[in-house]
Design a protein. Structure first.
Ligand code: EPZ
Length: 429
C-alpha cells in the first residue's frame, strides 16, 4: 500500500515544468479512433489515465507506439468497435468519449457507464441528448451504454454547461453528415485543444472556446501530429501550494491566460503573481488574507482547484467562504480529512465556511479523489509535524511525478511503500 509521508513547514523555492493537460489528453486519445491513419501526439501527461486509455484503444485493435514517455503514435486504421476492455473503461470517467468517437467512426458504440472521481451525482444526460440529436439511438442498461445510428448534423442546446458533453458531441459531429451547432457549450482550454487536434486531423470546427461551436461534418479524418497544451489545473495546484507554504516558485510551460482566475484570486489573498510569456512566478512571504471563492465554468474559478485553495484558506487570516457552483453534489468530502488536521470548516450545502489562522497539525488522512488528494498534500506541507496521505493512487491518476516535482521545490515529501494493513478481524493481524 503506497502512502505519502510529508514533514510540514518547508517554504517552496525553485522552478518546475508543467506537463500536458490531463483533461485534454483523456479526450484526444479516444478521439484518435476517428482518424483513419497515424496520429502522433506529443506532450502527453505521464499519468495512469493516459495509460488506461491507450490500453483501451489497443483492445479495439489500434497500433500504439510509445516514442518517448510523453509522445505516442496511434494508428487506428484497422480498429473494430468490439472487444473493448470494459474493466478498464469502467475505471475512468473519460471512457464516455468512446461513445462519440465510436459512433463517429463505426455508427455503433458500446461503453461502460463512466467511472472516475465520486463526488456527488455525475449524470450523462447531456451526452445522451447530444447523441440522440445527431440521430443515434442511446440505450443504457446493465451498466453499459449502447449507441447505434448513422449520424447527421444537428443543433444541440445544452441544458447545463458541460465539458464532457461539449467534447463528446464535437467528436460525434465532426464526421456526421451536414452541419452541427452546439449552444451553451463549455469554454475550457481543453475544449479548444480537442477542437484544434480534430481540425489538425481534417475536421472543420469553429468557435471552440466560445459558447457556440459550429461543426461541418467531413467524410473522414486523416493522420497528423499534435502537441497537447499545458495542464491548467496542475499549474494552479503548484501556484496554490506556493501561496500556502510561502516561498518563490517559477512555474514553467504554462499559458498564463488559462490561469487568470487563479492568479487574480491569489493576488486577492496577498500573494505576488508575475506573468511571463510561458511561465508564472508566484511569491508568498507573509500571512494570506481570507477571501471568498465561487467555482464556475471557465473562465471562472475552476472547480478542480477548489479543494486545494480551501486547504490553504485554513491558514489565511479571517473567515473565508467557498461556494461549489459547478457540481450539484457536495465536492467537500475532503473537509472531514482536513478536520483531522485541526481545520475549522463548516459545510452548509454548496458552501464551506473556513475559519482561518488555525495551525494545522499532521495526521493520517486519505485522498478522497484526485483534487482532494492534492489538497491533502498541500495541507500536509502547511501543517506542523508529519502527515501521512493514503489512497495516493487517486493523485497518481492526474499528476505527473507529483512527489518529484514537490521535492525539487524543497518539500519534505516521500512515497512510502507500506505492507498492506491486515483487514480488521484478520486472524493473522
Ligand atoms: C470534466 O468532467 C473534468 N473531467 C472534471 O475534472 C471537471 O471537474 C469538470 O469537467 C468540470 O470542469 C474530465 O475532463 C475527464 P461536466 P465532466 O460535464 O465532463 C453536470 C478532474 O479533477 N452534468 O463539465 O464530467 C455535472 O453533474 C476532473 O480532473 C450534467 O448534469 O464535467 C456537473 O454538475 C474531476 N449532465 C456539471 O454538469 C451531463 O450530461 C459539470 O460537469 C454532464 C454533466
Amino acid at each position: 500500500m503506497e502512502q505519502y509521508r510529508i514533514q510540514g513547514g518547508n517554504r517552496l523555492h525553485g522552478e518546475i515544468e508543467i506537463s500536458g493537460a490531463k483533461n485534454a489528453a483523456v479526450a484526444i486519445i479516444p478521439a484518435a479512433l476517428l482518424v483513419n491513419g497515424v496520429c502522433r501526439i506529443e506532450n502527453l501527461p505521464e499519468i495512469s489515465d493516459t495509460e488506461t486509455l491507450l490500453h483501451i484503444l489497443r483492445s479495439l485493435g489500434a497500433e500504439i507506439r510509445m516514442l518517448t514517455p510523453s509522445s505516442v503514435e496511434i494508428d487506428c486504421t484497422r480498429v473494430t468497435w468490439q472487444n473493448a476492455d470494459y474493466d478498464l473503461m469502467r475505471k475512468i470517467r473519460a471512457s464516455y468519449y468512446f461513445i462519440g468517437s465510436m459512433l463517429g467512426r463505426f455508427g455503433h458504440a458500446q461503453t461502460t457507464m463512466p467511472g472516475g472521481c465520486n463526488f456527488g451525482v455525475r449524470p450523462i444526460d447531456q451526452h445522451e441528448k447530444g447523441m440522440r440529436a445527431l440521430g443515434a439511438s442511446i440505450d443504457v442498461r446493465n451498466g453499459f451504454i449502447f449507441g447505434e445510428g448513422r449520424l447527421r448534423g444537428a443543433e444541440v442546446h445544452l441544458d447545463k454547461v458541460s465539458v464532457g458533453a461539449t467534447i463528446n458531441i464535437m467528436l460525434a459531429a465532426c464526421t456526421a453528415e451536414g452541419k452541427s451547432i452546439i449552444r451553451n457549450a463549455a469554454r475550457e482550454p481543453h475544449i479548444v485543444d480537442v477542437a484544434t487536434f480534430l481540425n489538425t486531423m481534417g475536421a472543420d470546427i469553429r468557435g471552440a472556446g466560445t459558447d457556440t461551436i459550429k461543426i461541418n461534418g467531413v467524410p473522414a479524418l486523416h493522420g497528423g501530429s499534435y502537441t497537447i497544451i499545458p495542464d491548467q489545473i496542475e499549474a494552479a495546484t503548484y501556484m496554490i501550494a506556493t501561496a500556502g507554504c510561502g516561498g518563490e516558485v517559477l512555474i514553467k510551460n504554462v499559458i498564463p491566460k488559462h490561469l487568470d482566475c487563479i492568479s487574480a484570486k491569489l493576488r486577492e489573498m496577498g500573494t505576488v503573481v508575475e506573468e511571463y510569456p510561458d511561465s508564472v512566478l508566484v511569491r508568498s512571504s507573509h500571512p494570506l488574507r481570507g477571501v471568498s471563492v465561487k467555482t464556475q465554468p471557465y473562465p471562472g474559478y475552476p472547480t478542480d482547484a477548489q479543494p486545494q485553495i480551501t486547504a490553504v484558506l485554513t491558514q489565511a487570516r479571517g473567515t473565508s467562504i467557498v461556494t461549489e457552483d459547478v457540481y450539484e453534489g457536495n465536492r467537500y468530502k475532503y473537509v472531514n480529512e482536513l478536520r483531522k488536521m485541526g481545520a475549522q470548516i463548516r459545510v452548509e450545502g454548496k458552501t464551506a465556511i473556513v475559519e482561518g489562522g488555525i495551525p494545522l497539525t499532521g495526521a493520517l488522512v486519505a485522498a478522497c479523489d484526485l483534487r482532494a488528494g492534492a489538497a491533502m498534500v498541500i495541507a500536509g506541507l502547511c501543517a506542523r509535524g508529519t502527515t501521512w496521505v493514503e489512497d495516493v493512487h487517486f493523485i497518481e491518476r492526474g499528476y505527473q511525478d507529483f512527489v518529484g516535482k514537490l521535492r525539487s521545490l524543497g518539500a519534505d515529501i516521500q512515497l512510502v511503500e507500506l505492507p498492506d494493513r491486515p483487514l480488521a478481524g484478520d486472524a493473522t493481524a
